[in-house]
Design a protein around this ligand. Structure first.
Ligand code: PLP
Length: 378
C-alpha cells in the first residue's frame, strides 16, 4: 500500500539514515569527551547539526536545545515555566482548543499547581480564534502557547495576527511547530515568538529527536527550569549524553529542508491536485478552509462511511488514518474537528490523507471503487 500518513511520521531521507548509521557504527564517541578524536568528531557533528537545525527557524546554534521530540519540547516550554510563574505570581496560561495533547496535558498539569489555563476556541476554517486573545490576556499571563500548523487538518494558524495582539505584552509565547518546521518557513522568523518546538521525524529524520528553539529577549532566554537534572548538557535544560547519531541525522534533514523546500512543496501541490480530484468525484467534504491548508494534507469527511470502516477497507491500497496517530490507540472522536464545530456524525466519518515529496502515485481507481462499494453497502 502507498503510505499516506506523513503527518504521523515521514519516511526517513536516505542521506539522513546514512548519517545516523555513520555515527552509530563508526564515529560513536561521546560529544562530552572531545579529548580524543572519537569524542571530537561527535562534538563537531553535534555543533554542526545544531547550526543546521536552527536555520529553518531563523535561529542561531546557541538557541537550540535538543530533546527527544516535540512532545518533550512542549513539556519543557510549559512545565519549565512553573518556577518563574510561582516566583513572580504570574499564574495564567492561554492555549487553544485544537492543540496537540502534548501541549494540552502539561497545561492541564499546571492547573494542579495553582495556574489557570484558558483555551482559545476554533472556527470552522480550522484556525484558533485570535480575536479572543486580547480579551483573555491579563497582566499576570505568563505564557501563550499556540500551534503553527494543526496536525489533524493541516491548517496554518494565524501566527502573524497573534504576534500583533501580543506586541507590548510581557507573556512568553511558545509555538508548537512540529507540523510546520522545515516546511512553512515564513512565520518562524517572527521576532515575537520566544520558543518553538520542532520534531525530527516530521521532516524525514529518524524518530526520537527534536528541539526546543529559543529566542533571547533583552539578552535572556526564557527562564525555564529543567525537567530533569544531571550532567548539565544542553544549557542545563536537557541533561544526558547527546544522541549524536540522531542529532547529526536531524541536522542533515534540516539542511535538506532548507535546500529542497520549494521543490518539495511543488511536488506536494501536484500530488494534492490528484487527491482533490478523487475526493471531488467521491463527494467528500473538506474539513477546514482549503486555502489555509498545507499542500501535503487533506482532512475530509465521507458522508455515511465511518472512518474506521474506510481505513480498514482501504488498507491494502493506501495507509491512512482516521485521527491523529497519538490518539488512534484510543479512538475517541477528534476534539480538534469537534472544536471547529463539525457535527459528531461528520467527525466520525473524517479521514486524513497526508503525503510528501517522496510519495508514489496511488491506485486511485481502486480507492474510488472501494469507497463506492462501501457506500452502496456491497
Ligand atoms: N505537536 C504536534 C502538532 C504534532 O503533530 C506532534 C506529533 O504527532 C507532536 C507535537 C509530538 O511530536 P513528537 O512525536 O516528536 O513527540
Amino acid at each position: 500500500p502507498v503510505y499516506l500518513d506523513c503527518s504521523a511520521t515521514t519516511p526517513v531521507e536516505p542521506s539522513a539514515a546514512a548519517v545516523a548509521a555513520k555515527f552509530t557504527e563508526k564515529d560513536y564517541g561521546n560529544a562530552a569527551s572531545p579529548v580524543h578524536d572519537y569524542g571530537l568528531f561527535a562534538r563537531t557533528a553535534a555543533d554542526h547539526a545544531r547550526k543546521l537545525v536552527g536555520q529553518p527557524a531563523g535561529a542561531g546554534a546557541d538557541s537550540v536545545v535538543f530533546t527527544g521530540g516535540a512532545t518533550e519540547s512542549n513539556n519543557l516550554a510549559i512545565l519549565g515555566l512553573a518556577e518563574e510563574g510561582t516566583r513572580t505570581g504570574r499564574r495564567h496560561i492561554i492555549t487553544t482548543a485544537i492543540e496537540h495533547k502534548s501541549v494540552l496535558e502539561p497545561a492541564a498539569a499546571m492547573e494542579r499547581f495553582g495556574f489557570r489555563v484558558d483555551h482559545l476556541p476554533a472556527g470552522a476554517d480550522g484556525r484558533f480564534d485570535v480575536n479572543r486573545l486580547a480579551e483573555l490576556l491579563r497582566p499576570d499571563t505568563l505564557l501563550v502557547s499556540t500551534m503553527h500548523v494543526n496536525n489533524e487538518t493541516g491548517i496554518i494558524q494565524p501566527l502573524k495576527e497573534t504576534a500583533e495582539v501580543l506586541a507590548g505584552h510581557e507573556a512568553y509565547w511558545h509555538v508548537d511547530s512540529a507540523q510546520g518546521y522545515g516546511k512553512e518557513f515564513t512565520m518562524l522568523t517572527d521576532g515575537r515568538i520566544d520558543m518553538i518546538s520542532v520534531s525530527g521525524h516530521k521532516i524525514y529524520a529518524p524518530k526520537g529527536i527534536g528541539a526546543l528553539i529559543m529566542r533571547r529577549r533583552d539578552g535572556r532566554f526564557p527562564p525555564l527550569m529543567p525537567l530533569m537534572y544531571g550532567g548539565g548538557q544542553e544549557q542545563g535544560l536537557r541533561p544526558g549524553t547527546l544522541p549524536v547519531q540522531l542529532i547529526a541525522a536531524f541536522g542533515e534533514a534540516a539542511k535538506l529542508a532548507m535546500r529542497d523546500g520549494e521543490s518539495r512543496r511543488q511536488k506536494c501541490i501536484e500530488y494534492r491536485r490528484a487527491v482533490l480530484s478523487v475526493l471531488g468525484e467521491l463527494g467528500a467534504q473538506q474539513n477546514g478552509d482549503e486555502r489555509l491548508c498545507m499542500p501535503h494534507t487533506v482532512n475530509f469527511s465521507l458522508k455515511g462511511i465511518k472512518a474506521e470502516t474506510a481505513v480498514r477497507a482501504l488498507k491494502s491500497v493506501i495507509a491512512v488514518s482516521g485521527t491523529s496517530a497519538c490518539t488512534s490507540h484510543n479512538p475517541m472522536p477528534s476534539y480538534v474537528l469537534g472544536a471547529m464545530g463539525l457535527s459528531a456524525e461528520r467527525v466520525e466519518c473524517s479521514l486524513r490523507f497526508s503525503w510528501c515529496h517522496m510519495t508514489p502515485d496511488a491506485d486511485w481507481e481502486r480507492v474510488k471503487d472501494i469507497i463506492r462499494k462501501l457506500r452502496s453497502g456491497i
